[in-house]
Design a protein around this ligand. Structure first.
Ligand code: HOZ
Length: 426
């Protein structure tokens, strides 16, 4: 049986881990079947515990831009580990990575390291609230900014995958300070700002939504948000957990030419190790402890292993901007191939893509926001997912997640992926 060892492990896992997994989406619950347990990964490939190989279109949900087990990152982790795994003190590599990132990303003078994208976004809104002296925030339905309370309101990603976009456990008190706008709908933002004049600390957005499938911002949307924020003294926060260092060396800010006030990053900064960060100009970052009154801390923040991995990953991206041209061209090749194959198969679908972020929505109308994303046919997605999996292509196990390419995916992998898609018969 193809997934025998995975099935045994899953049967064991559900005894001692809720749902058998440590993060809900990977449980395969919305698409059925047993999660595949991975044994190893190198370049574009994952290998599971039964010895099956897959071309990986998750890439650890984004960060493995240069492929799995990228040699300079692995060597850096080994060298750092030999010197100790955690000091709980400052270390030199933290200065190096802060210098590197502030030189690459537009509009930031300072950066604070944390341990995940969730922590980064949670801390960013605290900072925005402290800086502006206001309490409310605007988020967009279907965007996902991690699992802290303020963001589990109409949240995408796993929350949507399992039909709990508003999680029990989030108090009414917290929920009332999160105001919801529609992605790509400026008027919905304008109305909220008018209704809550002088009360809004921040607007937080994924500059390319990646947690309701991939949804690009419509032309001018980010620019208009920027103008609205500037006019109303609101902090614009870009959640660049997915787009940071992926769309361009300076992330979505560079790609779209729009500058945010605070930028949040995630796992990419650790080369796949557990890291996040938030960054802004000095005037804003000076509100953070120990300089300013807004408290934020963490024993493992700036961990030497994670910083060594992240430094080598980010530096490789900065040293060779040709990577972005390569990623764009391979993902465009995948997009055009999928267009041909799915059209031949007579399936109703939409493909959304920005750079190396791409997703297929199985619906007839363009997908521009949460409602249009929800119109996708999950039944077709389920069948497509399992068909691809059985043919050695690993896609995100949810219709509400984006696929991410890495530089190790070349013509051969694209060809294999398209061959698998060609035999899909819903
Ligand atoms: N929320 C993550 C993607 N948007 C999923 C993380 C995981 O399950 O590992």
């Amino acid at each position: 049986m193809r997934y025998q060892r995975s099935s045994q492990l899953f049967a064991d896992a559900i005894q001692t881990i809720p749902g058998g997994v440590n993060s809900p989406v990977r449980a395969f619950k919305s698409i059925g079947g047993t999660p595949v347990f991975m044994e190893s990964a190198k370049g574009a490939k994952l290998v599971d515990v039964d010895g099956n190989e897959y071309i990986d279109y998750i890439n650890s949900w984004g960060p493995q831009i240069l492929g799995h087990a990228y040699d300079p990152v692995i060597s850096a982790i080994k060298a750092a580990a030999n010197k100790g795994t955690s000091f709980g003190t400052p270390s030199e590599i933290e200065v190096a990575i802060a210098d590197l990132i502030t030189s690459m990303v537009p509009g930031i003078d300072q950066i604070r390291m944390v341990n995940s994208g969730t922590e980064a976004c949670m801390s960013a809104i605290r900072l925005a609230r402290g800086f502006t002296g206001r309490e409310k925030i605007i988020k967009f339905s279907g965007c996902y900014h991690g699992h802290s309370d303020a963001f589990l309101i109409a949240a995408g990603s796993g929350a949507m995958t399992f039909g709990t976009p508003n999680s029990p456990g989030v108090t009414q008190g917290t929920a009332k300070d999160t105001l919801l706008a529609r992605y790509n709908d400026l008027e919905s933002v304008d109305l909220i700002i008018e209704e809550h004049k002088g009360e809004i600390a921040a607007i937080i957005i994924e500059p390319v939504a990646g947690n309701m499938g991939c949804i690009p911002p419509t032309p001018g949307f980010l620019e208009s948000l920027r103008a609205l924020c500037t006019k109303n003294g609101i902090m614009l926060i870009f959640d660049e957990v997915m787009t940071g260092f992926r769309l361009a060396p300076g992330g979505a800010q560079e790609y779209f030419g729009v500058t945010a006030d605070i930028v949040c990053f995630g796992k990419i900064i650790g080369g796949g190790l557990p890291v996040g960060a938030f960054a802004a100009r000095k005037e804003i970052m000076s509100y953070l402890a120990p300089v300013g009154p807004v408290y934020q801390a963490g024993t493992l923040s700036g961990n030497p292993l994670a910083m060594a991995a992240g430094y080598n990953m980010v530096k490789a991206l900065n040293d060779n901007h040709g990577i972005y041209v390569e990623l764009e061209s391979m993902t465009a090749e995948l997009e055009s191939g999928l267009n041909s194959v799915l059209t031949e198969n007579g399936i109703e679908y939409q493909i959304n893509r920005v750079g190396s972020m791409i997703s297929v929505h199985f619906c007839p109308e363009p997908v521009v926001d949460f409602d249009s994303a929800k119109a996708g046919d999950n039944d077709t997605f389920k069948k497509f997912f399992h068909h691809m999996l059985d043919n050695g292509v690993y896609l995100p196990p949810s219709a509400y997640e984006t696929w991410f390419l890495c530089t190790e995916i070349g013509d051969e992998e694209i060809e294999k992926t398209l061959n698998a898609a060609r035999t899909f018969n819903p």
